[in-house]
Design a protein around this ligand. Sequence first.
Ligand code: DX5
Ligand code: ZN
Length: 218
Amino acid sequence: LPRVRIAPSLLAADFARLADSVSRVPNADWLHVDVMDGHFVPNLTVGPVVVAALRHVTSLPLDVHLMVESPESMVEAFARAGANHLTVHVEATHHLDRLLRHIRELGLRAGVALNPGTPVEALDYVVELADLVLVMTVNPGFGGQHFIPQMVRKVEAVRRLLEERQLSCDVEVDGGVDDKTAPALVQAGATVLVAGTFVFKDDDPAGAVTRLRRVSGA
Ligand code: DX5
Ligand code: ZN
């Protein structure tokens, strides 16, 4: 089995002390940055300016999750800001194939995300263009929501698709991931665990990362 990576989500960190929050998870594999535009999801967060600032305080890969309408208009700005991975939602663009190719041409890892209500079939013609598949395990927009248990079956279906096509794509899960929900997700084939609340609402964020690693057998 591939090794499991832990990606703390800065959405649950203190936005007035982002550098401090980053320094509290030195044992993370990636840092997950949630970009929301108030249209695709009913919340607003940060843009390329903040990604560029984070770039100066960490060498960890910046895993940028774009919850925005028409992400094609923003990928170059996030690439210039120093993002390493750009994940876009299948529901947010009319030209997913072109967009995934463009992200790779910019030299970044391309991610494709599915909302909870979106079937795995949406990946059929684009999965070869992706370096990671993000299965949303809550409806995007907010941290601290309850994990949707039916999404374990979706992770299994994505893993099956990747195996059938012999693709080495990562499967990332995001939303309500903690030490209780992680084991079933890893068992189902997830290779990247995003966790916001579980990591940053803990008094010891690095300890939370370690606990998540341990229950995931990673
Ligand atoms: C939700 C975001 C998540 C969020 C997860 O729309 O995509 O990355 O930070 O937060 P928790 O881990 O608190 O559910
Ligand atoms: Zn996210």
